[in-house]
Design a protein around this ligand. Structure first.
Ligand SMILES: Cc1cc2nc3c(=O)[nH]c(=O)nc-3n(C[C@H](O)[C@H](O)[C@H](O)COP(=O)(O)O)c2cc1C
Length: 246
């Protein structure tokens, strides 16, 4: 089956962390955000806010908090995507229905909303020749982000995004075969051979890519990544923000 240009664009995605010193065109950011807002949103809650970070000190503090990710300082645009229950809390109160009370379901809905919105922003950006990368590293020290950006209660930073004109083109990272992730009727566990088959694909990718060459495969890379990013402060942080209290 032939692919549409949208599908081709989606399949060409790779994260960009090096940018040309060239700003986005006038109005371009606003148009990307509008595309983000067009994403589906649970019960039409639109539970997101995006903070465009232009202050160099704020960028530097967040880059350090995110483990020294210099592209946060260097990218023409750095956005922080927040799950935002604040406006909805206001609507509930105005309607006489009481405060939101930090239910996990509401927090999940807001986090899903902001993720869908952000992916739309990145895809729209890529369709215009821009590149970017999500920055989950802001959750290393999310309180720094709250303080730098003046985020009120019921607004929590979920991830950042660097955007700009690419100064690098990374090879596309091979995803798992479709039948590893598309199950029919019931869940199917992967066999050892399937896992090691994909580990070999990723080992070849890591060994052969132009930069950041490493001796690794999918299983060891994700094991290291996940064990290194437990971020044990997150539950307490989210609860303090008014999320996941019940
Ligand atoms: C929510 C999220 C958080 C991420 N956080 C970071 C990050 O902090 N720093 C970074 O360099 N890349 C980050 N990435 C990019 C991933 O490492 C990247 O998407 C993944 O390795 C696949 O590579 P690709 O995007 O080039 O296909 C993040 C991606 C997502 C979706």
């Amino acid at each position: 089956m032939s692919l549409t240009t949208t599908q081709q664009l989606q399949l060409q995605h790779s994260s960009v962390r090096r940018f040309l010193p060239r700003p986005l065109d006038p109005g371009q950011l606003e148009s990307l955000i509008r595309c983000g807002q067009a994403a589906a949103t649970s019960s039409f809650i639109q539970a997101y806010s995006v903070i465009r970070v232009t202050r160099a000190e704020a960028r530097a503090a967040i880059a350090t908090a995110a483990g020294g990710q210099v592209w946060i300082e260097q990218a023409p645009e750095f956005l922080v995507f927040c799950a935002d229950l604040r406006r909805i809390d206001g609507a509930c109160r105005r309607a006489g229905k009481g405060a939101l009370d930090g239910y996990s379901e509401h927090g999940l809905a807001a986090i899903v909303d902001v993720a869908l919105m952000a992916q739309n922003v990145l895809l729209a950006a890529e369709s215009q020749g821009l590149g970017g990368v999500f920055i989950g590293g802001i959750r290393n020290a999310p309180q720094v982000v709250v303080e730098q950006l003046g985020l009120p209660e019921l607004v929590t930073p979920v991830f950042g995004m660097c955007l700009g004109w690419p100064d690098e083109a990374n090879p596309v990272k091979p995803r798992m075969p479709v039948d590893y992730v598309l199950h029919q009727d019931s869940y199917r566990e992967l066999s050892e051979q399937e896992v090691s088959g994909y580990d070999r694909v990723m080992a070849d990718y890591y060994a052969g890519r132009g930069s950041n060459v490493k001796l690794s495969d999918w299983s060891s890379a994700v094991a290291t990544a996940m064990q290194g990013k437990k971020r044990e402060h997150m539950l307490e942080f989210l609860r303090a923000r008014g999320f996941f209290r019940h």
